[in-house]
Design a protein. Structure first.
Length: 317
């Protein structure tokens, strides 16, 4: 026999266990998505916080330098100079303490706001060490409180989900391909069993009349070998019906079986009488022709001999 290139009349269910793989991938992917979301958001938030802290430290350094210049150039007391300069800044609070921890100066409103950025500086004033603590104000924090970490996190999540979707689709496609391959293999085994165990000459044709599968008994009946089968079509053996009528017959077939007698040409050119049962079968959007034939040449000769005897007897009487 030859292998049918498409599935034909058999629908084994694909193993359900194979599809659990995609579920596991989806669950793992969802967990990884949360991890990626947190990682991207955390990393971007740390980066932008670090950049804001650098900017704040730079502003505090500029203020400290300006404070030193005001003290020495104008010979003003440090606390007065600090208060004078700080009063014109809206990006940080300032707290000055001496070596004993006593608060010498504090920007009004310092205790009413929870700052996000801090810088501590030290300077020597008239030989005494002072500590200057800078804390960001709400205006500075508002400017540097960027939404970019969230945007980066969302962008990273979208990219991750896209890649995850591609991976799941590739995996599902692979699983479906394996399931279809297994289904096709089962179909072929099932078809082989049916054809090999049949005494009738079973042959399956496509809508063009080409042979796509047959039983060994069919090839034996026509005198062909397995090597000949792939190149055979109905036009190689059908002799009773004209070639132009065969496509019309195939097109008119339904799933209701039809039985008729015909004449088949064997490989050696001899003609045999056959009785054929034929019907249309469908697989998806493909149509095939299923036919089962029997060699009735002996029966035809016996019937002809019987008719000849009857005619002879009638003539004798």
């Amino acid at each position: 026999m030859i292998n049918i290139p498409e599935r034909c009349g058999f629908h084994p269910s694909p193993p359900a266990g194979r599809f659990t793989q995609s579920r596991y991938v989806a669950i793992v992917g969802a967990i990884l998505s949360l991890v990626v979301l947190y990682t991207v958001w955390s990393a971007s938030a740390r980066y932008f916080y670090s950049e804001a802290q650098k900017d704040f430290a730079s502003r505090a350094g500029e203020h400290l330098q300006l404070l030193g210049e005001r003290v020495h150039e104008h010979n003003r007391p440090p606390v007065e100079a600090a208060g004078k300069i700080t009063a014109h800044r809206d990006d940080f609070f300032l707290e000055i303490t001496d070596s004993r921890g006593a608060v010498l100066y504090m920007t009004p409103g310092r205790d009413d706001y929870a700052s996000e950025h801090f810088v501590e500086k030290r300077m020597s004033v008239y030989g005494e060490p002072w500590t200057l603590r800078y804390a960001s104000t709400s205006s500075f924090d508002a400017v540097h409180k960027s939404r970019l970490p969230i945007l980066f996190a969302v962008g990273g999540m979208v990219l991750h989900l896209l890649l995850l979707y591609i991976i799941i689709e590739l995996l599902r496609s692979r699983i479906m391909h394996q399931a279809k391959a297994a289904e096709l293999e089962n179909s072929r085994e099932w078809l082989d069993t049916i054809l090999n165990s049949s005494a009738d000459a079973i042959h399956i044709l496509d809508t063009e009349g080409r042979l796509v599968a047959c039983s060994p008994s069919f090839l034996q009946m026509l005198g062909y070998s397995d090597a000949d089968a792939p190149n055979l079509s109905v036009y190689d053996w059908e002799t009773k019906f004209p070639a132009e009528a065969i496509p019309v017959m195939i097109e008119s077939l339904s799933e209701v079986p039809r039985r008729f007698e015909s004449l088949f040409r064997r490989k050696d050119g001899s003609i045999i009488d056959v009785e054929t049962t034929i019907r249309a079968i469908s697989e998806g959007n493909r149509r095939f022709v299923y036919a089962s034939s029997r060699d009735i040449s002996e029966r035809k000769r016996a019937e002809q001999a019987l008719r000849h005897e009857k005619e002879t007897a009638q003539n004798y009487l």
